[in-house]
Design a protein around this ligand. Structure first.
Ligand SMILES: *Cc1c(COP(=O)(O)O)cnc(C)c1O
Length: 427
């Protein structure tokens, strides 16, 4: 094994460092496998109950009327999330689009949007109008209010209660930390927050940005009171196979509003050809629990290695996990760059390319991204990215297999050693 790694550029010292760390992770990995087992049955049950058949894999063209595969897949997602309805489409171009769709279709002029968990994901700033943008919610007279988390990561219940008012129509709760150094919210904590908000105002829509959280736990936010969950198919639920797409699952009315906005008022869910996307949507969903487990093991492994190397890691090596993202803070742009270049060098596709920081649409500082993926930009595949701004944190995620994630992480350590950014490995 050691020679195999050496042939791939991993020194004996780095390999040994990895093996020593791994020896202490057996129990964590067993727990991750158990969650995958539970969720595998959940997915299978949703597929069987909704009678997924061979005919569901064919797809439609043109208007896409009577698309059995599309309609069944949406029922499968609804069952899986224990929701009334779902919208799962290749026409939803990415996670930001799915979230924008959910917001713009369920809010009306004069309404207010509230985030009780601090600043949302960077790309939503232009959707909401925090950063002025054409067609933002702000341009349509929808206001926004935000209550930050307390310094310890807790909910600021006092100020959340004050922020909820007669115009509050929708509350957006981001499960994952995104490009921030705050804890990711467990489904249990999301449930507590929703219960509190519903007590203030029962008819408010509670939406959860579920990106990167799917299948990490046994429960999903819709199991604890969320009216709507939203996510991307080139993250966890696509299982690495979905080539594009996004989903929304939740209350019938919320989903209908979104469908009317995605296609057209009156047409809603009835149109939208699935083309050739369905086999990968179904098979990807089927694989998603185990793919997510592999990514989760990679994140836990990375946290343990980098913690031992003396870097700030979030979550730390031993705490419980609620998404697949691992943050490592270098306090040095060179660390972020070397990490991302290591991930790129471990890729099956474009491994010979060296990533550089660039001005990416939707982000307010330069970003470096490592992605040698089969599906362009897919972040359930082994990938890393970080905005080039203090405290210089890299966000690592994915790996379609645990073995690939492991190799990628060892490659980052090797690269940092070779660049002189790690002086000595713990013995
Ligand atoms: C990835 C992500 C998004 C946006 O998804 P894109 O597909 O990149 O547009 C939104 N919120 C969170 C928490 C995410 O992780």
């Amino acid at each position: 094994m050691k020679t195999q790694y050496q042939a791939m550029g991993i020194s004996e010292e780095v390999y040994r460092f990895g093996e020593t760390a791994l020896a202490g992770l057996k129990e964590r990995f067993e727990q991750i496998d158990e969650t995958a087992e539970y969720n595998q049955l959940k997915v299978l049950r949703a597929m069987q109950e909704n009678k997924v058949s061979e005919a569901c894999l064919y797809g439609t063209t043109g208007y896409g009327y009577n698309d059995l595969g599309r309609e069944t897949l949406e029922k499968v997602y609804a069952s899986l999330f224990h929701a009334e309805d779902a919208l799962v489409r290749p026409q939803i171009t990415c996670g930001t689009h799915a979230l924008a769709l959910a917001l713009m279709s369920n809010l009306r002029p004069g309404d207010e949007l509230l985030s009780p968990v601090g600043k949302p994901y960077d790309t939503l700033e232009e959707v909401i109008g925090i950063r002025p943008s054409k067609g933002s919610l702000a341009e349509y007279g929808i206001t926004y209010r935000q209550v930050d988390l307390l310094s310890g990561g807790g909910f600021d219940y006092e100020n959340i209660a004050k922020a909820v008012n007669e115009r509050t129509r929708l509350v957006t709760i981001q499960r994952s930390k995104g490009y921030q150094t705050r804890p990711t919210l467990s489904v249990e904590r999301i449930g507590e927050l929703i219960a509190f908000i519903k007590k203030q105002k029962p008819d408010v829509i509670c939406m959860v940005d579920n990106c990167y959280g799917e299948f990490v736990e046994r429960l999903e936010p819709t199991d604890v009171g969320a009216d709507m969950v939203v996510g991307s198919l080139i993250k966890n639920p696509g299982g690495g196979l979905a080539p594009v797409g996004g989903y929304l699952a939740g209350k019938k009315e919320c989903i209908e509003n979104a469908a009317y906005r995605l296609t057209s008022p009156g047409l809603g869910k009835e149109v939208g050809a699935s083309l050739a996307a369905l086999p990968s949507f179904y098979q990807g969903l089927f694989l998603a629990p185990t793919v997510t487990a592999g990514a989760l093991k990679g994140a836990v492994f990375a946290a343990n290695l980098y913690e031992q190397l003396g870097f700030d890691v979030l979550p730390n090596g031993s705490e419980s996990r609620h998404d697949i993202i691992q943050a490592v803070t270098f306090h040095d742009p060179d660390g972020v760059i070397a990490f991302c270049q290591g991930i790129q060098a471990a890729a099956p596709v474009d491994s010979f390319v060296v990533p550089e920081p660039w001005d990416m649409p939707g982000y307010d500082s330069k970003v470096i991204m490592a992605a040698g993926a089969f599906v362009s930009g897919s972040s359930i595949e082994l990938s890393a990215d970080g905005p080039l701004r203090p405290p210089y944190t890299v966000y690592f995620q994915g790996g379609l297999t645990w073995q690939h994630a492991k190799f990628g992480i060892l490659k980052t350590v090797q690269n940092l050693v070779e660049k002189g950014l790690i002086r000595a490995l713990p013995s």
